[in-house]
Design a binder for this molecule. Structure first.
Ligand SMILES: *Cc1c(COP(=O)(O)O)cnc(C)c1O
Length: 376
């Protein structure tokens, strides 16, 4: 059994993907081929923003967005304590100060109350300047934007949406990647919309930022590539990945997103009342990058993981450590606020296999084993 079945996806889409790939090979425009622009236009339209700027990966997308916003030394950047490392790594690399904010157990996303408290704390300390909130649409569900936007407005902060796991999700009819002032996603293979390597994109309605990022991703180019007007990066999405994404994006819209939600529904039918299952907020829609259950203790979680592995069922711990517990952040300036929920979730969470090509029988089998473990 696969945790996320990319082989099955390829088999299903093989004729179209192989055709798209060989077309790129025939054309020979491996960097900045026309497929890249076509993809950017389609993604921007789907998400509902003016500009999509593709780049080399999701981490670069965050870095490029931070550069456009002018985030740097001494700026306080509020990030959820429970997320993939890159959310905190990108601001730290720019010399900014990640401020770790606790999450809500129900959605695994940033807690608006904890955010407000963290901002007050940074203001009270007076060492760093609050500038930006990075919200993460963790496991596919958008963060609580109505509440977080209110706080951002009150303190005059901007919102960067890290939708690396959130592409395809939505809230109140608005799609993920349109929910921040600037938004980022990743096309890493295992993300909801993945390519066959690394890839990412930035989304924004802001004309000047979009222009800046288009320049930055190609060595700070001016009118042309050899007229460099700023220090930038080399961070392009290559044509092969764009061509593959064009095929996958069709399938994503036509049925993959529906099917992964159907799989989540099957888990809910099977596991409701047995174990704590993920909660999707009313009016919100998840793209189910992960399906994560919560056990009573670290010991029970670890035992279940081992029990499932013994029956050929893969499971993963996303994430075993809070950001503030990671060694990498010991050597850089950070602010840690109280993050009790994150610490508890890290010890009790377990993510189960989920993907659009999953059969109902497989969900039943996994659920059966979980119930059996819990009843023993
Ligand atoms: C995957 C991920 C990233 C980084 O994306 P890459 O394409 O792997 O660089 C950033 N933030 C979150 C929340 C992620 O899950």
């Amino acid at each position: 059994m696969e945790f996320r079945d990319l082989k099955q996806q390829y088999q299903t889409l093989k004729p179209a993907i192989d055709k798209a790939v060989s077309q790129v090979l025939e054309e020979g425009n491996f960097i900045s081929g026309s497929q890249v622009t076509v993809l950017e236009e389609k993604l921007a339209e789907y998400v509902g923003v003016k500009h999509c700027i593709s780049c080399a990966n999701g981490t670069d997308a965050i870095s490029l967005a931070l550069m456009a916003l002018g985030i740097g030394t001494g700026d306080a950047v509020f990030v959820p304590d429970f997320t993939f490392f890159a959310t905190g790594e990108a601001p730290a690399l720019k010399g900014a100060v990640p401020v770790f904010v606790d999450i809500e157990e129900s959605s695994f996303n940033m807690s608006p109350e904890a955010l407000a408290a963290a901002i007050e704390f940074v203001l009270f300390e007076g060492k760093y300047k609050p500038r930006l909130i990075i919200t993460v649409d963790l496991f596919g569900q958008p963060a609580n934007y109505p509440a977080i936007r209110e706080i951002a407005d009150k303190y005059h902060l901007q919102i960067l949406e890290d939708a690396a796991q959130g592409f395809g999700g939505s809230m109140g009819g608005k799609r993920a990647c349109s929910l921040g002032d600037i938004s980022c996603t990743s096309f890493f293979p295992a993300k909801p919309l993945g390519c066959f390597g690394d890839g990412g994109a930035v989304f924004t309605n802001h004309e000047k930022w979009a222009e800046y990022i288009r320049s930055c991703r190609v060595h700070g180019k001016g009118k042309n590539k050899y007229d460099n007007i700023r220090i930038g990066m080399n961070s392009r999405l290559d044509t092969l990945q764009a061509a593959i994404l064009l095929v996958k994006f069709e399938a994503f819209q036509e049925y993959e997103l529906d099917r992964v939600n159907q799989a989540a529904g099957w888990y809910q039918e099977e596991l409701y009342g047995m174990v704590k299952i993920p909660d999707v907020r009313k009016g919100f829609y998840s793209s189910w990058a992960q399906y994560s259950i919560m056990l009573d203790s670290q010991e029970q979680r670890n035992l279940l993981k081992r029990y499932l592995a013994g029956r050929g069922i893969p499971s993963m711990v996303y994430y075993p450590k809070a950001l503030h517990e990671l060694e990498a952040f010991k050597d850089v300036k950070t602010v840690k606020t109280e993050c009790r929920v994150t610490e508890s979730v890290c010890r009790r969470i377990l993510s189960l296999p989920i993907h659009p090509y999953m059969e109902k029988e497989t969900v039943k089998e996994i659920s059966y084993e979980i119930k059996k473990f819990l009843n023993d």
